[in-house]
Design a protein around this ligand. Structure first.
Ligand code: NA7
Length: 546
C-alpha cells in the first residue's frame, strides 16, 4: 500500500515492526486507538528480520520465547526445535502480524528520522525518510535493543574489494561461501553461531578474536510431539509462572542453594549434567551465587575452561579460546552448536588480535602485525549500539527543545525503563533500566506494551492530555537499577550491557537485573498508586500525582 493511503493523524505511532511493534499495534488498536507503524525493513521481524546470518538461533527455549497474549496463537503455532532458528522465529512474527491484522498498519522500508513534541497541542510530529509528516498523541518506541549495527573502525575498510557482511544486516538472498577465504570479526554470541556454519563451507576461515567468550553447548534438538502437547496443555499456567520468574521463563526453576555448599565432586557431577542437557539459562539458574560471589563464579568458569581444553586438540589454540578477563555471565553467556570443535578443523585458523592486532584492511585482505591474510569475504559480528542506540539515532525532541540523545549522553535514564522525563506520552518498550535483554525478551515486551496500553486507558479515563515521569522519580529508579547491578558481578565486564563497546557512550550497567517479577511488581505498584512518580497534565494544567 502506498504511504499516501495512510492517515496523517493518528492516536499513536509505533516505531519498529519487530516483536514489540507488532504487539503494540495490535494492543493499542484493541483499546480503540488509531495507529500507524513504521519499519525500516521490508517485512516485520525486527532483530529476527535483520539477523538472518548462518546459524542464527535463539538462546531462550522456543515454547517460552513467544507471545502469551493469544491462546489461539500459542496453541496453533508449532515450534520444531528446542531453540528456534531465525527463519522459524521470523515466520512466527509474520504469522502473528497476519493473525492480528496489523501488517496493513505498517509503512515498510520507512525509517522515522525525527519526532518532536509540542507542549501546546500535546501532540508529537513524526517525520520519516519518505518525506511524510504524521501527528499523534502517543509515540511507542519499539525500535529494538540490538538494532544499530557497529562496524569496527579499521583503516582501509572501505578499500576492501571482496564481499562484506554485518551479522545484523544480513542480506535476504543466500550467501554462499563455498571455496572462499573468509574472515569473521567478533566472537560474541553472534560470531560463535556464525563460525561453525561458515567453516563448513569456506575454503578457509580466519576467526579474528579480540576477546574470547564463554560458550556452553546449546543441546538443541527437535521437540517431541509429546513434550509440545504437555507444555501446551498448561500454556496459560506456564505463562503465569514465567511472569513471576527471575528471568521470565517457566521451565527452569529458580535457584535455591549456593554452589559453595557442594563438594568439588558434587559440583563437577552437577555441571556435567547441565553441560549434557545444554542451554545457558539452566546453568545460570542452577545456583544462587554465580553472579554474586567470585568464588562461586570461578567454579563455573574453571569448569567451562576445562571443557574448552578437552575439546580443542591444539593446546595453544585452546588456551587462546579460554576467557580470563571477566566473570562468566557478566557478558552474555553464548550457546553454541560445535563452536569449540570447529577449531579442530584444518580449514580454520584462530587469529588472536590481542597478540597480533589488525593494522589495516587492504583491497585483498587484512594486515596484522604478522603479515597479510588474503580473504574473499569479511564478516563482521561486531555487535550493536545496544539498548539506547536505536533511539539516539532518531532526532527526538521533547519539551523545551530537549533532545533525547543529549539527555542520554550523561546517562541513559528512564523511569522504570519505560518513560523519560521531558518526553511526554512517549513509551519506550524494553527501555534502559528495565529487565529487557536480561530477561525473556518476548515476555518483557508484552509487559511493557500492556503497561503502555494501561497508561493510555488511565489517561482516557481521567481526561489527561500528557503524562511523563518526574525527574526525581526517574533519577531514583536509575540509581536503584545501578544499586542492584553493583551488588552483582554483572558490572565486572566491559560489555554492551554497560555501553563499553561504543566509544564515548556513558558507562553504567543499563538493564535491571533485579528480576522480572520484582520489576513487574514495581510497575504494578506505580499504577495502583495513581501513577506515582509521573506528572500528568490535563488541559495544560499541571498536577503532581505524588
Ligand atoms: P557482542 O556481544 O557485542 O560481540 C561483539 C564481538 O565483536 C566481540 O567479540 C567484540 O570483541 C568484537 N569486536 C568488536 N569490535 C571489534 C574490532 N574492532 N575488532 C575485532 N573484534 C571486535 O555482539 P553480538 O552480536 O555477538 O551479540 C549481541 C547480542 O545479540 C548477544 O549478546 C545476544 O543477546 C544477541 P570485544 O569483546 O569487544 O573485545
Amino acid at each position: 500500500m502506498a504511504n499516501r493511503d495512510f492517515p496523517k493523524n493518528v492516536d499513536a505511532v509505533v516505531v519498529g515492526g519487530g516483536f514489540a511493534g507488532v504487539y503494540a499495534l495490535h494492543k493499542l488498536r484493541e483499546i480503540g486507538l488509531t495507529v500507524r507503524g513504521f519499519e525500516a525493513a521490508s517485512d516485520v521481524g525486527g532483530t529476527w528480520y535483520w539477523n538472518r546470518y548462518p546459524g542464527a538461533r535463539c538462546d531462550v527455549e522456543s515454547l517460552e520465547y513467544s507471545f502469551g497474549f493469544s491462546d489461539k496463537i500459542q496453541q496453533e503455532w508449532d515450534w520444531s526445535h528446542r531453540f528456534s532458528f531465525q527463519p522459524d522465529i521470523h515466520s512466527y512474527i509474520a504469522h502473528v502480524a497476519d493473525e492480528t491484522g496489523v501488517r496493513s498498519l505498517i509503512s515498510f522500508e520507512t525509517r522515522v528520522l525525527s519526532q518532536a513534541y509540542d507542549a501546546e497541542s500535546q501532540m508529537w510530529t513524526v517525520k520519516t525518510d519518505k518525506g511524510e509528516e504524521i501527528t499523534c498523541r502517543f509515540c511507542i518506541m519499539a525500535a529494538g535493543n540490538l538494532s544499530v549495527p557497529l562496524f569496527p573502525d579499521i583503516p582501509g575498510l572501505d578499500e576492501f574489494e571482496g564481499e562484506k557482511y554485518h551479522s545484523g544486516r544480513w542480506p535476504e538472498e543466500d550467501v554462499d561461501f563455498t571455496g572462499k577465504r573468509v574472515a569473521v570479526f567478533g566472537t560474541g554470541a553472534t560470531g560463535i553461531q556464525i563460525i561453525p556454519e561458515v567453516a563448513k563451507e569456506a575454503e578457509h576461515l580466519y576467526v579474528m578474536q579480540r576477546s574470547p567468550n564463554f560458550s556452553l553447548p546449546a543441546g538443541n534438538r527437535r521437540l517431541t510431539e509429546k513434550e509440545v502437547a504437555e507444555f501446551k496443555k498448561d500454556y496459560p499456567e506456564h505463562r503465569k509462572r514465567a511472569r513471576r520468574h527471575l528471568f521470565g521463563v517457566a521451565g527452569v526453576p529458580e535457584p535455591t542453594r549456593s554452589v559453595l555448599e557442594l563438594t568439588e565432586e558434587e559440583t563437577l557431577e552437577t555441571f556435567e549434567q547441565l553441560w549434557a542437557y545444554g542451554g545457558s539459562i539452566n546453568f545460570q539458574m542452577a545456583f544462587t551465587d554465580f553472579m554474586k560471589d567470585e568464588r562461586a563464579n570461578k567454579r563455573l568458569a574453571d569448569f567451562v575452561r576445562s571443557k574448552i581444553r578437552q575439546t580443542v586438540k591444539d593446546p595453544e589454540t585452546a588456551e587462546k579460546l579460554c576467557p580470563y578477563d571477566h566473570p562468566i555471565g557478566s557478558k552474555r553467556i553464548c550457546i553454541d552448536t560445535g563452536y569449540y570443535e570447529t577449531f579442530n578443523r584444518d580449514n580454520v585458523t584462530l587469529v588472536s588480535l590481542r597478540e597480533n592486532p589488525v593494522q589495516r584492511i587492504t583491497p585483498k585482505g587484512i594486515v596484522t602485525e604478522q603479515g597479510e591474510i588474503e580473504v574473499d569475504a569479511l564478516i563482521f559480528a561486531t555487535g550493536f549500539d545496544a539498548i539506547t542506540g536505536a533511539l539516539t539515532h532518531i532526532d527526538i525532541t521533547g519539551r523545551d527543545g530537549l533532545k533525547l540523545a543529549d539527555k542520554w549522553k550523561e546517562r541513559p535514564s528512564a523511569y522504570l525503563g519505560f518513560a523519560v522525563a521531558g518526553f511526554p506520552n512517549m513509551f519506550v518498550i524494553t527501555g534502559p533500566g528495565s529487565p529487557s535483554v536480561k530477561s525473556n525478551m518476548v515476555l518483557s515486551i508484552e509487559q511493557h506494551v500492556e503497561f503502555a496500553a494501561d497508561t493510555i486507558v488511565h489517561m482516557q479515563e481521567n481526561d489527561l492530555g500528557a503524562i511523563e515521569p518526574q525527574v526525581a522519580a526517574e533519577n531514583e529508579w536509575v540509581d536503584y537499577v545501578s544499586e542492584v547491578a553493583n551488588k552483582t558481578l554483572f558490572v565486572k565486564a566491559d560489555s554492551w550491557y554497560t555501553g563499553a563497546n561504543v566509544p564515548g557512550k556513558p558507562r553504567m550497567f543499563v538493564p535491571f537485573v533485579g528480576g522480572v517479577n520484582t520489576y513487574r511488581l514495581a510497575c504494578e505498584d506505580v499504577k495502583q498508586n495513581g501513577y506515582r512518580g509521573f506528572t500528568t497534565e490535563a488541559r495544560h494544567k499541571v498536577r503532581e500525582t505524588s
